[in-house]
Write a protein that binds this ligand. Structure first.
Ligand code: NAD
Ligand code: TYD
Length: 351
């Protein structure tokens, strides 16, 4: 029988890569992409595959209980891969409410819909919650986040994701729901909304605008190519153990300033600019409030137990990423001409 899989947030950055992967690799699955199409959701991310026979798009809000009940009735999902979220830390600082609503209440609404629909028959069912390494808080200059690291979220975004993780685990423990969770480090690649560091910087370099670096640029992130995250999600969805958590990371730490220098080098080459030209755009601006110093993931459990490892090194990943944004200028321009521009102005005029 055809399995019906619900992917939430499939019009967003990571979700679109997951939807594409599942559609192509598993033609026997019926994939339903549920997305509200917030400012971050863009159906253009899926324009190459949206005519595939095993794909359906449903526009809706994960906080809408009535809508969710109807959706579960219509498609009889056996699997849920839950990515829909408000995902940008800076927005969570200026408007936390949307994060509480979508990330916490939305996740509970989905859990309730699944629980009610499955009605204690959990055979062949799976609720997979996609989360972030930011739930663990901030590291000093040493150490790595493991699955045993205590939760210590510091931003409204990470606190809302931590709450949703706790609730998913609680539904597993209390009601026996078959759940699995993964916590991933920063992703990069094509289709990322240009409010996040890498696409924002690529676009600013291309258009000769200042590259805003918060504080001194010493904060460290562990960058993973988005296709490698999609690969890990595929593996965990199919082979992850019930009720387990898996950390996913690139083993690829960069301070923001080093990362931007690397990006400037690649951009100089791709745009035929003299060496050092793009780096002149680097501009230090006021730091983010409560800015986490360092995230770094120990993904050895996933490597050991399920045999995953990142396929690309950063040199290759950043080349592919820059190539994608340069080849998809129209995608970027359409985003920049809309809502994003207003947001950009309010975000950076204060700094
Ligand atoms: P994104 O902001 O690009 O996409 C989020 C998607 O969710 C959008 O398409 C949006 O329209 C949709 N959405 C938002 N609110 C919704 C609602 N109420 N109902 C239905 N749809 C809604 O985010 P992303 O970067 O692709 O992140 C996806 C998931 O992965 C999130 O859960 C995020 O916490 C997690 N994550 C992201 C990263 C990263 O580096 N981007 C790293 C680790 C984990
Ligand atoms: P971001 O892409 O927002 O991801 P996250 O906050 O979830 O890690 O930011 C990555 C890092 O880059 C983070 O340390 C904040 C910093 N940053 C800047 O220095 N300038 C910017 O304009 C942005 C968006 C981020």
């Amino acid at each position: 029988m055809t399995q019906s899989i619900l992917i939430t947030g499939g019009a967003g950055f990571i979700g679109s890569h997951v939807v594409r992967r599942f559609l192509k690799k598993y033609p026997e699955y019926q994939i339903v992409n549920l997305d509200k199409l917030t400012y971050a959701g863009n159906l253009e991310n899926l324009s190459d595959i949206d005519k595939m026979p095993n794909y359906t798009f449903e526009r809706g809000d994960i906080t809408d209980n009535v809508f969710l009940a109807g959706l579960f009735f219509k498609y009889n999902f056996s699997g849920i891969i839950h990515l829909a979220a408000e995902s940008h830390v800076d927005r969570s600082i200026s408007d936390p409410d949307a994060f509480i609503k979508t990330n916490i209440e939305g996740t509970v609404a989905l859990l309730n819909a699944a629980k009610k629909h499955w009605n204690n028959d959990y055979e062949g069912k799976r609720f997979y919650h996609i989360s972030t390494d930011e739930v663990y808080g901030s590291l000093g200059i040493e150490g790595l986040f493991t699955e045993e690291t205590s939760y210590d979220p510091k931003s409204p975004y990470s606190a809302s994701k931590a709450s949703s993780d706790h609730l998913v685990r609680a539904y597993g423990h209390t009601y026996g729901m078959p759940i699995v969770i993964s916590n991933c480090s920063n992703n990069y690649g094509g289709n990322q909304f240009p409010e996040k560091l890498i696409p924002l910087s690529i676009n600013n370099i291309k258009t000769n605008k200042p590259i805003p670096i918060y504080g001194k640029g010493e904060n460290v992130r562990d960058w993973l190519y988005v296709e490698d995250h999609a690969d890990a999600i595929d593996l965990i969805f199919h082979e992850g153990k019930n009720a387990e958590t898996y950390n996913i990371g690139g083993n690829n730490e960069w301070s923001n300033i080093e990362l931007i220098h690397k990006l400037c080098e690649v951009m100089d080459r791709k745009l035929n600019r003299p060496k050092g030209d793009s780096a002149k755009l680097i501009t230090f601006v006021k730091d983010r409030a409560g800015h986490d110093l360092r995230y770094a993931i120990d993904s050895s459990k996933l490597q050991r137990e399920l045999g995953w490892k990142p396929s690309l090194d950063f040199e290759k990943g950043i080349e592919l990423t820059v190539d994608w944004y340069l080849a998809n200028e129209a995608w970027m321009n359409r985003i920049i001409s809309g809502e994003y521009e207003k947001y950009y102005e309010t975000q950076y005029q204060k700094r």
